[in-house]
Ligand binder design. Structure first.
Ligand code: GDP
Ligand code: MG
Length: 439
C-alpha cells in the first residue's frame, strides 16, 4: 500500500464503519494492484464492484484503518473466489480406470505437466499410462517419451500418422490390457485459439470416455488468459485448471481471471521445469501474491492474532477468578472451532506447558457439537450457575439436546474437572500456590 493511501486514511482513522468514500479510495489502489498482477481488466472491474457493495458499512477491526480493512475484505474475497480449499483430480479408487485429457495452447506446459502428474499418481500407487496424441510435432512424441522414462511411466504412441482420436481409443484398449488405471492423454496445442485444435479435443471427448479435461495455462499469459479459458470452456468443456510457470516472477493474475471465467477449480501449480515441480494450489497464498500487498497482509494477520490473544487473555482472567461458567464454555468452544482446536487457544495463554496434552485429551473435539447443543439447551441461569443443575433440570436439558442424561452428567463433571485443573495449573491461574509466571 502506498504512503499516499496511508496518509489519506490517517485522517479517517477513528471511524467505526466503512463509508462509501473509504471503500472507493481503497479500491482504487486495489484495482491498480490487480491490473499490475495482470488480472483481466473486466474481471477487475466486476470484482471491485462486488467488493464495493459488500464492504460499505462493515465494521473496521480495532488496530486497522479503513484502508487496511478494505484490503482485508478484498483478500478474503479473493481467497473465497479462488476456492476456499484445495481440490483434487477425480481419480477413481482401486482399479477403475480414470482418463485425463490435457488441453491448452502450445508451450503452456501440457507435455511436461502430463509427466509430472503421472509421477504424482504413480507415487500414490496408481498405474498411469501416458499417451502421445500430439502428432504435429515429431519432437513432442520424443519429449513425452523422455519424460515418461524419467518417471518410470510407460508412454503409448502410434507415431505421427494416425488421428489423435484413434490413438486415444487404442491407448485405452492398451491400458485395459495392461491393468493401467490412469490414462493421461497429452494433446497438441496451437499458438493461438484455433478451430482445428478445439475440434480435435472435442473429437477425443466424443469417442473416448474422458473423466477429466485439464486445462493447462501459462501463468504469464496475463490478460489473454480469460479468452483462452473461455474458449476452451465453451468449445471443449474443462473440469479443472493447472497453472504453470508460477516459479517465474508473475504475480499470477491469470489464476483469478481463469477462476472467474470458468468457475472450475485450480488443481495444481507448476513451479519449475523439473518433473517434481508440481504443487498443490493454495488459494490464500495465491490471493496474497496477486494482491501483492504483503506488508499490509502481515499487519492484518498480526491484528487478527492480537484480537484472538485479547479474547484468550479475557478467558484466562475469568478462569483465574473462577467465575468461568457454561456461557464462557460455549464461547470458548466457538473460539476453538474458529482457531483450529483447543490446542491453539491454549498455546496463546502464558504458562501452558506439559498439561496441554492432558487437556486436549479430555476434550474430544468431535464431541464438541454435542456439547454445544447441551449447553444451548440450558437456561441462561443454569449456564451461569451450574451449581443449580439437579436431576430434573438435567433431564429437561437432555431431552432438549436429544442426548442421554448420562451425557449431560458427563459434561457437567468434565466442566468441573477442567475448572479444577485450570486452578492447579502453575503460574497461569495464579491460585494460592501460584504466582510464578510461566512461559
Ligand atoms: P506444451 O507445448 O503445452 O506441451 O508445453 P511443454 O510441456 O512442452 O512446455 C513448454 C516449456 O515450458 C518447456 O520448456 C517446459 O520445460 C516449460 N515448463 C512447463 N512447465 C513449467 C513450469 O512450471 N515452470 C517453468 N519454469 N517451466 C515450465
Ligand atoms: Mg506438448
Amino acid at each position: 500500500l502506498t504512503e499516499k493511501l496511508q496518509n489519506v486514511f490517517k485522517k479517517l482513522r477513528s471511524k467505526g464503519r466503512l463509508t462509501e468514500e473509504d471503500v472507493k479510495i481503497a479500491l482504487k489502489e486495489v484495482k491498480m494492484a490487480l491490473l499490475e498482477a495482470d488480472v483481466n481488466f473486466k474481471v477487475v472491474k466486476q470484482f471491485t464492484k462486488s467488493v464495493q457493495e459488500r464492504a460499505v458499512g462493515q465494521d473496521v477491526m480495532n488496530g486497522l484503518n479503513p484502508g487496511q480493512m478494505v484490503i482485508k475484505i478484498v483478500n478474503d474475497e479473493l481467497v473465497s473466489l479462488m476456492g476456499s480449499e484445495t481440490t483434487e483430480l477425480p481419480i477413481k479408487p482401486g482399479n477403475d480406470m480414470t482418463v485425463i485429457m490435457m488441453a491448452g495452447l502450445q508451450g503452456a506446459g501440457k507435455t511436461t505437466t502430463a509427466a509430472k502428474l503421472a509421477g504424482k499418481l504413480k507415487a500414490k500407487g496408481k498405474r498411469p499410462l501416458l499417451v502421445a496424441c500430439d502428432v504435429y510435432r515429431p519432437a513432442a512424441i520424443t519429449q513425452l517419451q523422455v519424460n515418461g522414462e524419467k518417471q518410470g511411466v510407460e508412454v503409448f504412441s502410434m507415431g505421427d500418422k494416425q488421428k489423435p482420436v484413434d490413438i486415444a481409443k487404442a491407448a485405452i484398449g492398451h491400458a485395459k490390457e495392461h491393468q493401467q488405471n490412469v490414462v493421461i492423454i497429452d494433446t497438441a496445442g496451437r499458438l493461438h485459439i484455433d478451430e482445428n485444435m478445439m475440434q480435435e479435443l472435442a473429437d477425443i471427448k466424443e469417442n473416448v470416455q474422458v473423466d477429466a479435461t485439464v486445462l493447462v495455462v501459462d501463468a504469464m499469459t496475463g490478460q489473454d488468459a480469460v479468452n483462452v479459458a473461455k474458449t476452451f470452456t465453451d468449445k471443449v468443456g474443462i473440469d479443472g485448471v493447472i497453472l504453470t510457470k508460477m516459479d517465474g516472477d508473475t504475480r499470477g493474475g491469470a489464476a483469478l481471471s481463469i477462476k472467474a471465467v470458468t468457475g472450475k477449480p485450480i488443481l495444481y501449480v507448476g513451479m519449475g521445469e523439473k518433473l517434481t515441480d508440481l504443487e498443490q494450489f493454495y488459494p490464500d497464498r495465491m490471493a496474497s501474491r496477486i494482491l501483492g500487498m504483503g506488508d499490509v497482509m502481515s499487519l492484518i494477520e498480526k491484528v487478527e492474532a492480537s484480537v484472538d490473544q485479547e479474547q484468550a487473555q479475557e478467558m484466562s482472567k475469568k478462569l483465574k477468578k473462577m467465575d468461568f461458567d457454561f456461557n464462557d464454555y460455549l464461547t470458548s468452544l466457538d473460539q476453538m472451532n474458529k482457531m483450529g482446536g483447543i490446542g491453539s487457544i491454549l498455546n496463546m495463554l502464558p504458562g501452558m506447558g506439559a498439561k496441554m496434552k492432558d487437556i486436549e485429551g479430555m476434550i474430544d473435539e468431535s464431541a464438541m457439537n454435542r456439547t454445544k447443543s447441551i449447553i444451548l439447551s440450558m437456561t441462561i441461569q443454569e449456564r451461569s450457575n451450574p451449581g443449580i443443575l439437579n436431576v430434573s433440570r438435567k433431564n429437561r436439558i437432555a431431552k432438549g439436546a436429544g442426548v442421554d442424561i448420562s451425557e449431560v452428567n458427563r459434561l457437567v463433571k468434565q466442566f468441573e474437572q477442567s475448572k479444577k485443573m485450570m486452578k492447579q495449573m502453575p503460574g497461569m491461574m495464579g491460585g494460592k500456590k501460584g504466582g510464578k509466571r510461566g512461559g
